[in-house]
Write a protein that binds this ligand. Structure first.
Ligand code: AMP
Length: 189
């Protein structure tokens, strides 16, 4: 099973990906988590990533494409995976299509978690409190930048999948378990 979850920061992609991961025994591929582990290593590359992430900016497409291409080739992805945070730009979506074509893979579902953006500031503040400020990009100023980048670069990816009649939308304003049952319904269709 191969899935993509879309949604602005704070939409609940990570939360839903974890629920799906457990239910279907597939792996969650969070590019944000992968990048944060490079940052935690304290390497030069990690420091460069951190500077971009703290500004709400994206890591260059070629690096992200290589990161995902390497990751989906690993053994634990054989049973399937959920992409959480990738693709985030049109070039990433096009590169992913190419990888899938080469491997003979198909998506089972591409899902957008739609939320009213007015609530995102509160959600991100709640996450910052819950995680003890572990993510230095979880603050109002960076969130606003991340949202602007989401609109500029990621929102155009949605019509790309819509045109292929692959995109499904769930209402992310509902409680977590209702969002996940809607997602399950879409996946099992
Ligand atoms: P996330 O945990 O998904 O919210 O990602 C945190 C940050 O990592 C983003 O704000 C970006 O700076 C960076 N990032 C994650 N995924 C990507 C991607 N696919 N392309 C570029 N930058 C990314």
């Amino acid at each position: 099973m191969k899935l993509i979850l879309f949604g602005p920061p704070g939409a609940g992609k990570g939360t839903q990906a974890k629920i799906i991961e457990e239910k279907f025994n597939i792996v969650q591929l969070s590019t944000g988590d992968m990048l944060r582990s490079v940052v935690a290593s304290g390497s030069d590359l990690g420091n460069q990533f951190k500077a971009l992430m703290d500004e709400g900016k994206f890591i260059p497409d070629d690096l992200m494409i290589e990161m995902i291409s390497d990751r989906i080739a690993q053994d634990d992805c054989a049973n399937g995976f959920i992409l959480d945070g990738f693709p985030r730009t049109l070039p990433q979506a096009e590169a992913l299509d190419k990888m899938f074509a080469e491997k003979g893979y198909q998506f089972d579902a591409i899902i957008e978690i739609k939320v009213d953006e007015a609530i995102l500031v509160d959600r991100i503040k709640a996450r910052a409190a819950e995680t003890g400020g572990e993510r230095s990009d979880d603050n109002e100023e960076t969130l606003r930048k991340r949202l602007a980048v989401y609109h500029d670069l990621t929102a155009p990816v949605l019509p790309y999948y819509e045109a292929k009649n692959m995109l499904r939308t769930v209402d992310g304003m509902q409680p977590i378990d209702q969002v996940s049952s809607e997602i399950m319904r879409l996946i099992e269709k």
